[in-house]
Design a protein around this ligand. Sequence first.
Ligand code: SAH
Ligand code: SF4
Length: 341
Amino acid sequence: MDLKKIAAWLSDNGHPEFRLQQITDAVYKKGSASFEEITALPEPLRNAIKYKFRILAIEPETILESKAGDAVKGSFWLKDKHKVESVLLNLFPGKWSICVSTQVGCPVQCVFCATGRRGLKRNLSPDEIISQHLFWANYLKKHRPGEKIGGVIYMGMGEPFLNYESVAESLRIMTDPDLIGLGDRHISVSTVGHVPGIRRFAKDFPQINLAVSLHAVENELRSKLVPLNDKYPLDQISKALKDYIYATKRKVFIEYVMLGGVNDSQSSARRLSEWLKGVASPKYFTVNIIPYNATAYDFKAPTKERVAAFSNLLLTLNISSTVRKSLGADIIGACGQLADK
Ligand code: SAH
Ligand code: SF4
């Protein structure tokens, strides 16, 4: 929604200034996703403005709810007929989070990720990123009245730091108390390890959570999994994280996609722990183990026993670790399964 253009139109057409505030509140605070829903506006204004402007920059194509009711995946059309996906997740009872996309496709092409399979189509605009939030807020209003979005994770399609400007603008809208108004600590941005992005993010958004997708701590293996590792290898990531922690005093979340027989051994866990301790004190890290979700690639999910043994060993080595619940696998809405099909 382009507030500047709406403000200009309202004033050109002789509407009082407070109408803009009513629209802003209805959209950002109350989950209205169409002008018809904003009943605070007089009917003639609603009828006129709906032909001039749109609140959402995305249009839902299909909305799929998981059987357990804990995840809802949306596929959305963009204006140029590209498609993007976004997920609403119920991580704790009554507490909803959304997983937003930042690009159509992804240029990084990690070998296990469905999003990267066909490369980058284009970056999303701030409006298209924010519209994912506005859509889900409206969805909750209609389907789970009274329940709200409490967190946003930038972990859908795309590499956020390869679309830095738009992501930064969307973060400002998410956290602006006059707009969406989420607390910084309720937002997380996940990067594949884009070093200049991590450095910029430390300066611009020191209170927003940073997650880094590591997956391996040997360059040879990591480069096979994450091609961008050739450009920003592990020692550069290590330095960037060291500086990040020194500057922000914030914890870093380490994402670790666990691939059966590839990076799920006890010695992998030991090496990961050593690597992290070389960066900073273990109290600065939480490792999120994400058991591989099936995509069209030839990897295997790790066995439950291997996941548990890896996680337990990290804990013994003083590194806090959690295993990501795979919500929404039945609707292909789990991490890495989002694609622009
Ligand atoms: N590009 C960013 C954010 C989007 S990917 C990044 O890579 O961090 C979000 C998370 O999903 C990443 O941690 C990624 O490694 C993980 N992921 C990708 N494919 C996956 C798969 N098939 N199974 C499980 N997790 C996957
Ligand atoms: Fe891109 Fe992240 Fe998928 Fe890698 S894991 S291809 S960086 S979206």
